[in-house]
Design a protein around this ligand. Structure first.
Ligand code: CP
Length: 311
């Protein structure tokens, strides 16, 4: 693999999922592969799971890891031809090439503005690193995608499904802050690549980018969408059409135990308890959220392994 910016960079998803599941049994079986190689992780935004699981994955492969919170570095300029006489001190053209001197792989987290739709859809930060770095780039959540989360979710569904073609529902849930579309988009990308019966449910106005959801059905009645579901994946996102806006905080969309019945519950975390989902859902045996977080390590490890294999 030359880079990992979207789940579609994986050539054979089912084979990759099986390899990740095997890695869980012996995480150190390829601990020589990353000897004398360095992963540099750049965080433009906060993280708990991505930071710790990706670092653990790299170390399981014998890599060294450097982490830079970009807010502690020079303000970066991304515009080509910019006259840098304001607040930016370092252009991505130098920064990406310089970081490439210290890294064999660069991983980047850079959230959207949620103000400038076209800029966010252009993935300016991530794609600038892809363009100017001289080493492979891994997406640790970008303006529109979160493929490491999606791969962990794929592993989790594969490990726990009871039928060959489970019914999977992606449900919008309320949240007091305007959140990105990245996790929801990544999950929809994943659903295009898995053998599932997939439904999206959300209040009117919360339609995701139609280029991503394409032919998948949208059911505006959450309870109807949940009928016979095997997996319910909850996530909040802000409006895509009225870009970045909160249109509705209706608490009736919170996931409750009564609503989900015997379905397994998924969420990428962090989650606001009793806003997105009630305690009873998160504390039940059918909650997969901790296993999803655990699988983040093996998702990152199989991705790094496939990239290291081609260096
Ligand atoms: N799910 C996820 O990416 O978690 P963090 O934001 O804590 O990394």
């Amino acid at each position: 693999m030359k880079k990992y910016t979207t789940i579609n960079d994986i050539e054979n998803l089912s084979d990759t999922i099986q390899k990740a599941i095997q890695l869980k049994k012996n995480p150190y079986q390829f601990s020589d592969l990353g000897q004398h190689k360095t992963l540099v992780m750049l965080f433009f935004n906060a993280s708990l799971r991505t930071r710790l699981s990706t670092e653990k994955a790299a170390k399981n492969l014998g890599m060294q890891v450097s982490v830079l919170n970009v807010t502690n570095a020079w303000n970066m300029e991304f515009e080509d031809g910019a006259v840098m006489n304001l607040n930016t001190s370092e252009h991505i053209k130098e920064a990406a090439k310089v970081i490439s001197q210290y890294a064999d792989i660069i991983a980047v987290r850079a959230f959207p503005t949620l103000e400038d739709k076209e800029k966010d859809r252009a993935e300016t930060v991530l794609n600038s690193f892809v363009k100017y770095a001289t080493v492979p780039i891994v997406n640790m959540e970008s303006a529109t995608d979160h493929p490491l989360q999606a791969l962990a979710d794929a592993i989790t569904i594969t490990e726990t499904k009871k039928v060959d073609k489970p019914k999977v529902v992606l449900s919008w849930a309320p949240h007091p802050k305007a959140l990105p579309h990245s996790v929801a988009n990544a999950f929809v990308h994943l659903m295009h690549n898995m053998e599932v019966d997939f439904v999206i449910t959300h209040p009117k106005g919360y339609e995701l980018d139609p280029e991503i959801t394409q032919q998948f059905p949208i059911e505006y009645d959450q309870q109807k969408a949940f009928e016979n579901a095997d997996f319910i994946y909850a996530k909040n996102w802000s409006s895509f059409n009225e870009y970045g806006k909160i249109l509705n905080e209706d608490p009736n969309w919170m996931i409750t135990q009564e609503k989900i019945g015997t379905a397994k519950f998924m969420h990428c975390l962090p989650i606001r308890r009793n806003v997105i989902a009630e305690d009873a859902v998160l504390d039940a045996d059918n909650s997969l959220v901790i296993e999803q977080a655990n699988n983040r390590t093996f998702a990152a490890q199989i991705v790094l392994q496939q990239i290291l294999g081609e260096l």
